[in-house]
Design a protein around this ligand. Structure first.
Ligand code: NAP
Length: 523
């Protein structure tokens, strides 16, 4: 049997506000199933009242034991009695851990009274009963024998099998998606990666025909780590539009949870009617992890991965990976030494960098330049990381005079030598002969928003200051520069332009700039 479309299930984990109110809110928000986590709700009578008064048949009844991440600490006999009592009210589904099912013949017998025997679907009494979900949870990581554990579940009489494992990063998530890819067409399967690393599995569950995916009613209402809210699932990730052909885009970084790229790209794709979804892909901060993720993506053509944004700390890793795997690299990108965009072409992956041109475009639009006008005078780039390289390369490409300064001088010297820029000691940043500063360090970025990389007394009315930091958009540097009469441009302007350029690379057309701006959010 195959599930037609993956259901969105909201867990209820507390009894205040009243369960009836939470149920109505969940259904109004688009929940197709509601899981009653009796172990977390802690009030079996309130659950019984709900099942008696609201017999929707769209409930999953769960009394999860502590050994598999739940809050139930009573004994098996009590739990069995509870499942029998509430199961007789026909919630629709009953979830029991495989380990509990195995260890207790009494539980199997009692669950058999309230759950349908899958081999007797035509019997009217049987049809009125619940369906059994047998589940397995591993909070320590992805077991090496994941496939064997799935096979164990699949051999049971369960109507639906569920595996939930801790996903440390997006590489782990790919292994969970393998289960859905291999088995969801033949068997109702729930396969989820828990934690931030598993978000991919929760959002893409619908692409691969999982039985359900969970989404919390609101932040703080999660029944397991990493559940998005139902609001995010439907509005940010466009859950209702995800289908087997949906192409996959995302942002690779560590961390990535703060990124606004999913908001901006999903909104722009939705507005353009493009069948795609854009998801965060947290990948541990080493080259080996980056290469493992991209090799994993390459080995799974059924993922339909079509493009990635690459952010801290993987921009240089992406370039190295392309070099090692024979990928395509545009000359400007090679000059930057960093890749912020990966584009899937019919021949493989191509690396691009949209950061530098975006910084120039933000400058040019803010200052009202036209055509090929370029920055006059001396432009100082603060920093020597990925963003600084891209900005310096774009400035040099258009013939601007550039001087680089960085906390670690060797990095500035190397960058300056490669791109033909001047170099200055960090202590001499924002000297009197500098006409424009493009701030490309991480200083001033949340959570260090109280910091500024430039002493306020060096800021002057005739300076132009572009801060590439965009979380927050109004940094301390920009505030102090404005207070001293300088012309300022915030990192959001650059961010929107680099995102628009990525959109053009992936989709071959312009995005709706107003939609992207609205999705980025207020200053
Ligand atoms: P990166 O490669 O890790 O480089 C970080 C840079 O920040 C290095 O030059 C580093 O200096 C410097 N730095 C870090 N902490 C510092 C401190 N306490 N004092 C002085 N310098 C410090 O990062 P990246 O990818 O280039 O990103 C840098 C910034 O650009 C981030 O804030 C990012 O959000 C922003 N960015 C914005 C956009 C946009 O569209 N608006 C696009 C790309 C990047 P050392 O070499 O001494 O470590």
């Amino acid at each position: 049997m195959m599930t037609k479309t993956t259901m969105l299930a909201v867990p209820l984990t507390r009894c205040d506000p009243p369960l009836e109110v939470q149920l109505d809110t969940a259904l109004a928000a688009g929940a197709e199933l509601v899981e009653l986590r009796v172990d977390q709700i802690g009030d079996a009578d309130a659950v019984a009242r709900l099942l008696e008064t609201r017999p929707t048949g769209r409930f999953v009844l769960t009394v999860r034991g502590r050994d598999e991440g739940g809050a139930w600490d009573g004994d098996d006999a009590e739990r069995i009695a509870l499942i029998e009592r509430l199961g007789l009210l026909t919630p629709g589904y009953v979830d029991v851990e495989l380990a509990t099912w195995r260890r207790s013949a009494n539980l199997r017998q009692k669950v058999g009274l309230v759950c349908r025997r899958t081999d007797h679907p035509a019997d009217a009494d049987e049809r009125r009963k619940n369906k059994l979900i047998l589940s397995m949870h591993d909070f320590s990581g992805i077991p090496d024998d994941l496939e064997a554990r799935f096979a164990e579940l699949a051999e049971t009489p369960a109507a639906v099998v569920k595996i939930a494992v801790a996903a440390g990063d997006a590489c782990d998530a790919l292994r969970v998606l393998d289960l859905l890819h291999r088995h969801a067409a033949a068997h109702p399967v729930i396969a989820l990666g828990m934690g931030e690393g598993g978000l991919l599995t929760r959002v893409l569950a619908r692409k691969f025909g999982a039985f359900l995916s969970f989404a919390a009613l609101q932040a703080g209402g999660e029944s397991a780590p990493g559940q998005p809210t139902i609001e995010d699932m439907r509005n940010l990730y466009g859950w209702d539009r995800i289908a087997p052909p949906t192409r996959v885009f995302g942002v690779i970084g560590w961390p990535v949870s703060h990124s606004r790229s999913p908001h901006v790209h999903n909104a722009a794709m939705q507005a353009a009617g493009i069948d795609g979804v854009y998801v965060p892909a947290p990948v541990r901060p080493t080259y080996e992890a980056f290469a493992a993720f991209m090799d994993g993506v390459e080995a799974r053509p059924w993922l339909d991965a079509s493009g990635f944004s690459v952010t801290i700390p993987h921009k240089e890793h992406a370039l190295l990976w392309l070099e090692q795997r024979g990928g395509e690299i545009s000359p400007l990108t090679r000059g930057c030494g960093a890749v912020n965009t990966l584009v899937r072409t019919p021949h493989g992956w191509r690396g691009e960098n949209t950061d530098g041109a975006a910084a120039l475009a933000a400058l040019s639009d803010a200052l009202g330049w036209s055509g090929d006008a370029r920055p006059e005078g001396l432009v100082e780039v603060l920093g020597a990381g990925g963003a600084a390289r891209a900005v310096a390369a774009a400035l040099r490409e258009c013939g601007a005079a550039v001087v680089v300064t960085n906390r670690t001088p060797e990095r500035a010297e190397r960058l300056a030598a490669e791109l033909g820029c001047g170099v200055r000691p960090w202590e001499q940043r924002a000297a009197a002969d500098v006409d424009a500063i493009i701030q490309c360090t991480r200083v001033g970025m949340t959570p260090d928003a109280a910091e500024s990389p430039v002493p306020a007394e060096r800021l002057r009315p005739d300076l132009i200051v572009l801060d590439t930091v965009y979380t927050p958009r109004q940094t301390r540097l920009l505030r102090e520069a404005r207070e001293r009469g300088a012309t300022t441009i915030d990192g959001g302007e650059m961010f929107l332009r680099q995102a628009a350029a990525q959109f053009r690379l992936w989709h071959g057309r312009d995005p709706d700039a107003a939609v992207m701006r609205a999705a980025l959010g207020p200053d």
